[in-house]
Design a protein around this ligand. Structure first.
Ligand code: PLP
Length: 398
């Protein structure tokens, strides 16, 4: 189903689907079809391509909604992740004199930090004052849920927006998005999530959890290729709200009258209202190939397998630890409800040398300075045998 990078004449143990998902074997055909239709029809491909480009993005609403637990109206695929994060903050971070703070996790993915800081400055506010960061306690790696709730409570009068990564990219910790959303709403704030490490990894229920907005990329767990198109969720209650501010473009305009090319923006009644530009069809073709696979597999089955596969990796590391003086420390929560498929492992007392040995022996994992190895056995294409092989290689490398 997927192409695995090869090393020494055999498939690698690929544990970096959390960074760039593997290429489905169907993707090249999907992309080639669009290139062929472009060659055959030129501009007429907007109407005559096998999947007409004019409405190309529409085919994602239903399957992507199934991946993130949304209604099809609430989902649109467009742009790239950080761009979408900005567009969503334009609409949902509307600070007032009294309610202007934005709460996020400390050491969020850098792009999210930059987005939040620059949004705050865009509103002539100071990040030191307006951004509240929740950090792990001294000596701990993960953020305690009660500390998030406490911060929400503490700042409730000034809190405008909560914007947290659904799964922390570094520790692999999954947050209780439903409870955070509820607490945020009780405090009078809007709640959004960056799901870069959650989409296609966790069982999400964005609509039921009442989340206000969210965005994710498609190239990590969603296997849609480097720099692939991003997805956005906007809760139905914010659709068709004439008060809402957004940066508009022609693809967000009511499609019935879009090509009258007239002055005066009339938004689509769905999340499509946030679209600015016409669809990047080549990138979306790769996304379609991947989304079709997710639809065939279903998130429920993937999540069930992920629990077992990552549980097995945890077991293998614990077993290896029994023979070690200086233990490997799993900093990802042991509780399966607080993680997806990634395990982050601190290799105490060992340097990048260990990682290099793993790589030479055919394991593609991810090294973060000073000494963290991130491993994500992905249920869609990784096997229990991959985990076993990883364990053998790890043992030999130690
Ligand atoms: C991967 C990732 C990004 C990357 O942003 P792009 O705009 O796609 O380059 C941003 N935020 C988080 C949380 C990520 O995990």
């Amino acid at each position: 189903m997927f192409y695995f990078p090869m090393m020494h004449g055999r498939e690698t143990v690929y544990f970096t689907g959390n960074s760039l998902g593997l290429q489905p074997k169907t993707t090249q055909d999907y992309v080639l079809n669009e290139l062929e239709d472009w060659a055959t029809y030129g501009v007429e491909g907007h109407f005559h391509a096998r999947k007409p480009w004019l409405s190309y993005h529409e085919q994602f609403a239903a399957p992507v909604a199934r991946i993130v637990g949304a209604l099809p109206d609430e989902v649109v695929v467009m742009n790239q992740l950080t761009v979408n994060l900005h567009l969503l903050l334009v609409s949902f971070y509307r600070p007032t004199k009294t309610r202007y703070k934005i709460l996020c996790e400390a050491k969020a993915f850098p792009s999210d930090q930059y987005a939040i800081e620059s949004q705050v400055k865009f509103h002539n506010l100071k990040p030191e004052d307006a951004v509240i960061e929740i950090a792990p306690r001294e000596g701990e790696h993960c953020i305690r849920h009660e500390d998030i709730l406490e911060a929400i409570e503490k700042h409730h009068e000034a809190l405008a927006v909560i914007m947290i990564g659904g799964v922390n990219y570094y520790t692999g910790q999954a947050f209780d998005m439903e409870a955070i959303t509820e607490a945020g709403h009780q405090a009078g704030a809007l709640v959004g999530f960056d799901l870069a490490h959650a989409a296609g990894n966790l069982k999400l229920q964005l609509h039921e959890w009442n989340v206000d907005f969210a965005c994710w990329c498609s190239y990590k767990y969603l296997n849609s290729g480097p720099g692939g198109v991003s997805g956005v969720f906007i809760n139905r209650r914010h659709l068709n709200n004439p008060e809402i501010i957004r940066f508009a473009g022609w693809w967000g305009h009511d499609k019935a009258t879009r090509f009258k090319m007239e002055k005066g923006f009339i938004p689509m009644p769905t999340a499509e209202a946030w679209q600015m530009s016409n669809a990047p069809v080549l990138s979306m073709a790769a996304h379609k190939a991947a989304v079709d696979i997710f639809d065939a597999a279903g998130m429920d089955k993937l999540v069930t397998k992920a629990g077992k596969l990552t549980g097995y990796l945890e077991f293998v590391i614990d077993e290896i630890n029994k023979g070690l003086e200086q233990k490997l420390e799993i900093i990802t929560p042991r509780d399966k409800t607080q993680r997806g498929c990634q395990l982050s492992i601190v290799a105490h007392g060992r340097g990048k040398d260990l990682f290099n040995k793993l790589t030479e022996a055919g394991v593609i994992s991810d090294w973060r300075e000073p000494n963290v190895i991130r491993c994500a056995p992905v249920p869609l294409y990784n096997s229990f045998e991959d985990v076993y092989r990883f364990g053998e290689i790890l043992k030999a490398s130690l």
